[in-house]
Design a protein around this ligand. Sequence first.
Ligand code: BGC
Length: 747
Amino acid sequence: MNKRIITGCLLLAALVSCQSSTSVKSNDVEKRVEALLSQMTLEEKIGQMNQISPSGDVNTTAELIKKGEVGSILNVADAKTINAYQRTAVEQSRLGIPLIVGRDVIHGFKTIFPIPLGQAASFNPDLIEKGARIAAIEASSVGVRWTFAPMVDISRDPRWGRIAESLGEDTYLTSVLGAAMVKGFQGDSLNNPTSIAACPKHFVGYGAAEGGRDYNSTHIPERLLRNVYLPSFEAAAKAGAATYMTSFNDNDGIPASGNGYILKDVLRKEWGFDGFVVSDWASVGEMIAHGFCADGKEAALKAVNAGVDMEMVSYHYVNHLKELISEGKVKEETIDNAVRNILRVKFRLGLFENPYVDESKGEVLYAASHLEAAKEAAIESAVLLKNEGSVLPLGESVKTIAVIGPMADAPHDQMGTWVFDGDKNYTQTPLKALESAYGDKIKIVYAPGVSYSRDTNTGGIAAAVRAASSADVVLAFVGEESILSGEAHCLANLNLQGAQSALIEAVANTGKPLVTIVMAGRPLTIGKEAALSDALLYSFHPGTMGGPALADLLFGKSVPSGKLPVTFPKEVGQIPLYYSHNSTGRPFQGTETMLQDIPAEAGQTSLGNTSFYLDAGNDPLYPFGYGLSYSTFKYDNLKLSSEKLKEGDVLTVSFDLTNTGKYDATEVAQLYVQDRFGSVTRPVKELKRFERIALKSGESRSVSFSLPIQELAFWNIDMKKVVEAGDFNLWVGGDSRAALKGSFVVE
Ligand code: BGC
């Protein structure tokens, strides 16, 4: 269909406020950058572009810093050591340029919040911003002023271990939440000593690793890249992110650390980014293994010319840049620009004025208010997937509880992946939390059944069955150890590990009400266990305060409000499975003949056939956006401000939301839009707005979403970002299967 292009615009323009002051060039900073740069030798410039991870002898590292050979360190996280290195840089190197100290502060520094995928289930940007702010306060108190987060890779494959670090499968949700994290880390001004520079990663496409296998190649054509994978990074830039990290993958044959189009044309020219780009760990050197560079010298050449300002740990810049300049292959101007970018961020962080931290400031770590916020985050991150017969919340009639499963008392594992600094001794587990809150009123019988998630020893199951038989209700805490997700921890099988499924089956056979709580780093294929359970609560890895949060949820002191930020497949073979797919020419209808219904010796036919799996169909186990409450909600009375809109208009979508259940509760209302016919095929629906709405039991409220028409822009057949005129559908509801439907036309 030929459509008139009505406007070009920036998607997400209304989503995030304009660039924060931290990324606007100030004359003062620029003057200082130039003044310093003019005094630097080539060796000192290249030194600023080198990031090292100190290991072994402290004096060896100090020597390098003294010589001006190091611009940044990572993986040092105690105030005393950081101050010592900083003192060497500031007081003993020729120009006294402070180091920028980086650390993976991914979901908390000491106080560990739920994994990012869990936090995304809150659909709550304010909560996420607050969590990042707390992480920044704690990390900066020891001298860490730069985190390698947020991870805003769109992640549609639960086999990929790093889905745990992501904000899920959706471009809009990731954009909103990622921008909130940037704001939380960086605070009102980078200059504030409690602010840490953010580093959106991994730029770009890393989440689309073929087969969900980490570091694998990606094959994302430019239109898909721009419509799905780039917007979350652009939103982070608009939120003022100070740095970016390249990814490990090669996309369409080009490793990210050698991709000048993405780093220069898109990031700097299109988005106006003026901070610095760091490579991922040794990813410059890894371009040799990719077969993209023959040796370290070529790797340095390609990375620096592509726009990687700082090299993380692989040392090819220090070893080769000088020679490459003398050979005329790298311009000194390229080096100067990279150093400008790095110094600009160091000045903005106020490192020249305040290079050191007060070593006695330890009291902010695990502060009571931080633990309280982490508990709140864990409450909002839990998703209730099933609650048959309203077995939850547990009531007064419960006198004996059986607590089973390897995750009931696993202080290390409930923190999840990427926890370098959180101390398991501060973790509050569900078992401990239940004992401390209810131990005097309720008999709690603990029998884990298996000792850790991969444990295949079934010897403990009999005791778990005995505990279940003696109880009024069984709480089964299962899932994954933290080491089973995260970087390089991919799985081809997403069933519960070890003997956990046998454990669930055995306790279910007692006939006692069974509540299964899953702590995991990814969606697991838990259809079988879901069917055996009366209730299913998915908490992801909930962090330090997971125990008290779950105790509150189980007993109804809090009401679940989380929604899935990612589709849960029934079978691994359905992956990739995500709600925002294209239609195909033969969409699945749900009425297809399934495997078992095909007669023997059926003749070949393709008539009427659709795009689906004979054995698993196309439906997920649970769709994106899904999550129950102890209450129920009704959506009705949908109204659109207009059914005919044009360039520059804002569509207002309003509807009534009623809490029809017995509990005061919060619902995440969601708005989805479909651009029905385009110059290229468009997704069947896309999330465009969401809001958490708290309603008292019986309360009804009129809710409205404003949607500027510009936000319907996409990269079209001419690779232009435009809104195309035509027909649109929209839906509002509590998940991506929302049924309350309207339509409008853009003229
Ligand atoms: C990861 C990054 C991380 C870096 C520094 C790499 O292996 O891919 O996400 O920030 O290490 O620890």
